[in-house]
Design a protein around this ligand. Structure first.
Ligand SMILES: Nc1ncnc2c1ncn2[C@@H]1O[C@H](COP(=O)(O)OP(=O)(O)O)[C@@H](O)[C@H]1O
Ligand SMILES: [Mg+2]
Length: 234
């Protein structure tokens, strides 16, 4: 098992056409199983950093290792496969398939990843394990077979979280998934995410512009602390 979920050294990234770099990060390490809260104002490069971690974008230079791997060294197909095997991504807009049931949205990554399917079905069937997570996250069984588009924002958020958690990927990345919820629901959702990642031993990088949500994480850091480009107003 690698010692680090994420290891960044001297990473730089600029968007094409932008004169100033978006990210200039001398060092960022997230330990295996660590839950990190990363805050920063809108435009400070949080989503860009998560896309680099997910292998969607490539750094201009520097070292970026995710679970010990350099994703930019993999061919696109191998990178997609690696992502399905090891990474749970909770997007800001959830990215559920609207016509598909809540349950089928949750189990979808396991159809791309036999590794995650095997992990998810160690003690139960795939649907039972998806149902266990949805129950833990507070989505009643009466909603499991409804198309995702018929669910409320808060319910869709629970489906997105269960999808990311199913099969215990070693790293969960969450990009402002609580921004559409009121404050009380936000903290309750985060506490559930922390409990589930603790139970599965997954590392978690949770990104938000609202640092008041940072309670209960192992560590809290800001883009202005880790990103020299943000510190200089880039
Ligand atoms: N697809 C893109 N093309 C060009 N510039 C982008 C793109 N996405 C983000 N940026 C720029 O990168 C900077 C950081 O954006 P982003 O990572 O989305 O910040 P945050 O998630 O913290 O709000 C912004 O200046 C933004 O304009
Ligand atoms: Mg963002």
């Amino acid at each position: 098992m690698p010692g680090h979920a994420i290891e960044i050294t001297d990473l730089a990234f600029h968007w094409p056409g932008h004169a100033v770099p978006c990210l200039d990060i001398p060092r960022l390490v997230v330990a295996a199983g660590e839950r990190l809260f990363l805050h920063g104002p809108s435009g400070s490069g949080k989503s860009t950093l998560l896309n680099l971690i997910g292998g969607v974008l490539r750094p201009d230079c520097g070292r970026l290792r995710v679970l010990g791997h350099d994703l930019s060294a993999l061919a696109p197909h191998a990178r997609d496969r690696w992502r399905a095997d090891h990474l749970g991504f909770i997007f800001q807009q959830f990215n559920l398939l609207p016509w598909m049931s809540a349950l089928d949205n949750v189990t979808l990554p396991c159809t791309f990843s036999p590794r995650r399917a095997a992990e998810a079905t160690r003690n139960a069937s795939l649907d039972d394990e998806a149902g266990r997570l949805l129950t833990r996250l507070g989505l009643p069984e009466s909603h499991w077979r409804q198309p995702a588009r018929r669910l409320s924002v808060g319910q869709q958020q629970r489906v997105a979280a269960a999808r990311a958690l199913l099969g215990r990927p070693e790293l969960i990345v969450a990009d402002e998934p609580t921004s559409a919820l009121d404050a009380e629901l936000q903290q309750a959702f985060i506490d559930l995410l922390l409990q589930e990642t603790a139970a599965s031993g997954s590392a978690l990088v949770f990104v938000s512009h609202d640092r008041r949500l940072a309670a209960h994480f192992d560590r809290c850091t800001g883009m202005t602390e880790i990103n020299r480009a943000a510190a200089h107003g880039g």
